[in-house]
Ligand binder design. Sequence first.
Ligand code: KIV
Length: 271
Amino acid sequence: MSVHQKVKRVTTHVLHEMKLRGIKIAMLTAYDYSMARILDHAEIDVILVGDSASNVMAGNETTLPITMDEMIYHAKSVVRGVSRALVVVDLPFGSYQGNSKEALTSSIRIMKETGSQAVKIEGGQEIIESVERILSAGIPVMGHLGLTPQSIHKFGTYVVRAREEEEANKLIKDAHILQDAGCFAIVLEKIPAKLAERVAKELTIPIIGIGAGSGVDGQVLVLHDLLGITQEFSPRFLRRYHNLFEEIKGSVKSYISDVKSLNFPNEKEQY
Ligand code: KIV
């Protein structure tokens, strides 16, 4: 039995050990109790309460509108359904960019009110003061580099990042800065596989990829994309394991038809 199968609770130390032993880390997003419970029973290593909740739960076009109160609501619900996985919560847009004191206040609120075990924050050198201040309070921090969706209006597009040497060099430098500051892991989103592999080899902390190839220490996907609940989003890196949109639609159609034809409820389904 390998280290992550034996553990009662996945911690940042377990993830570090997994990297050392070459055991890949599996991470998914969740935003509610019921889904989080299923993921935890399946023995997912890490659950991310991502600000992608803004897209898949609230129907916003970007991750920017989601608020701290909304993130806390989602995170609290997830934590109630989890007994094994490490739960990481995204710091929402506007909750840490102002100054490091604000970043610390936001992180403390998340940890106190949700019972989660870590926070995730987008950016490198620009937010390092915030990262250091959060870490100084004993709160584990996961970094996020490459395509950082909270900066979508700066990028102007969701295309692959760091293809050019200058941006790739900055990403490598930022990854080292985050590791040196004390981050326990970094998410690399939508960057060339070779670059991600290089970062994973150079760094001692786990590198979790999304659209970053197979040479990293683990993978993360948005649960609703993997299950085929979202339909309009089809990047090359996404593997859909289900078409739940159609399956749920089919079940709802059957229910409607049964209600209208007096087929539901039947004799046995009433008192
Ligand atoms: O919010 C999110 O779901 C994320 C993942 C895509 C890594 O940040």
